[in-house]
Design a protein around this ligand. Structure first.
Ligand SMILES: [Mn+2]
Length: 379
């Protein structure tokens, strides 16, 4: 239950409330870490603290040594640090500093008893009897810490879910475990909308016919990999393909139109059932997977602070810019792979016209922290 975690987060909450000096947040560079950073940013801003943040791809020993030299006396690690708590103890706690770790990765030290001390609070679901792989992400843990600080922080709940989505914790449209409880809360608070719909890639960002033609699993006869077939399907459902001159996305359809599309797909014997899932839409209009992909892209493009800005300021122009830039990067990476087919050092996997979909898929299939060489090269 989330209430257990909120209770157990109280020592960390007290540390945040009571600390008088400067605080530094250290976050991880993926969507989960960036959301966890944004949550901690809001928590500290609301407590009227002086703080700064940095986002790292990895926490190496030299980073820990450098952070130990910084002036801040309270260091808050989010989505990073559980695996390096020994280094943190060795280099930071010996400098008389205070540390909070809010993470969900496998901890380096297993027994909680030997872990949290007066100067170190280590919040990790593994220590509290929960699974950090699927049940909750670092954004979720940090959100619950925020609730321990002040229930006012409940309005940060969507960040917890964007982070969990980035870490592939949503399975076939549904959040599990603690995330599920957090999702219920978000729906109740009207921070997120949940409804059954077609779970197609590009729901808010791609022309509808593209979303349909990119759907290859399950295969849609005459539509998968067939743009004119996809356009035909949309037209036969009586749906306008354009609006004010530009192509409409699935998200542009009103619920009746989406229902018409589903009915038409059923008539064509398409396996619609496999495509119907809960669709979570954020207040800013983005479907949660797509928004989380954009936040993740900020990190991948080496601009994680832009991700924090997008979240904190709801800067959708910047989100669009990042999305286009990331799209170009993927295209050029694919060209690179294409041009280097003969090069044995380039790990290559056969791709088809649905590259975007496939790459997206691959990211989904690779669990947090298990990137292979190919994925790193492409994205
Ligand atoms: Mn994470």
């Amino acid at each position: 239950m989330v209430e257990d975690i909120i209770d157990r987060a109280e020592p960390a909450a007290k540390k945040l409330r009571d600390h008088k000096g400067n605080i530094r947040i250290i976050g991880q560079y993926d969507a989960d870490g960036i959301n966890a950073t944004a949550i901690m940013y809001k928590i500290l801003e609301r407590l009227d603290k002086n703080f700064s943040y940095e986002i790292l791809k990895q926490l190496y020993e030299e980073d820990v040594e450098r952070i130990a030299q910084e002036e801040e006396e309270l260091l808050v690690f989010v989505d990073i640090g559980s695996g390096q708590s020994d280094l943190i103890k060795e280099h930071i706690l010996t400098k008389n500093k205070q540390v909070i770790i809010s993470d969900h990765h496998d901890p380096a030290v297993t027994a909680e008893e030997s872990e949290s001390t007066e100067d170190l609070v280590h919040l990790n679901p593994h220590y509290l009897g929960y699974d950090g792989g699927e049940a909750i992400s670092a954004a979720g843990m940090t959100y619950l810490l925020g609730k321990a600080v002040d229930t006012q922080n409940t309005d940060l709940v969507h960040y917890a879910l964007i982070g969990a989505t980035g870490d592939v914790q949503k399975q076939e449209g549904e959040f599990l475990g603690l995330n599920q409880q957090i999702a219920e809360e978000a729906v109740e608070e009207n921070m997120i909308e949940r409804r059954k719909g077609l779970d197609l890639y590009g729901r808010t960002t791609k022309p509808l016919q593209k979303s349909l033609m990119y759907t290859t699993d399950p295969h849609l006869d005459g539509v998968s990999n067939n743009e004119s077939g996809a356009i035909q399907l949309v037209k036969s459902a009586g749906i306008e393909i354009r609006q004010k001159g530009s192509f409409r996305t699935l998200a542009d359809l009103n619920p009746e139109e989406e229902k018409k599309l589903i009915d038409t797909m059923i008539k064509h014997a398409h396996p619609v059932q496999e495509l119907l899932n809960n669709v979570y839409t954020l207040e800013n209009g983005y479907e949660i997977d797509e928004f989380s992909t954009i936040i993740n892209a900020c990190g991948r493009l080496g601009e994680p602070r832009k991700g924090v800005k997008i979240l904190l300021e709801n800067d959708l122009d910047l989100a669009e810019k990042i999305s286009r830039k990331y799209g170009r990067k993927i295209s050029s990476s694919l060209r690179y792979v294409e041009d280097n087919k003969q090069n044995e050092e380039v790990v290559y996997e056969e791709t088809d016209r649905c590259n975007r979909r496939k790459l997206q898929y691959r990211r989904r299939l690779h669990r947090h922290g298990s990137n292979n060489q190919h994925e790193q090269r492409i994205l």
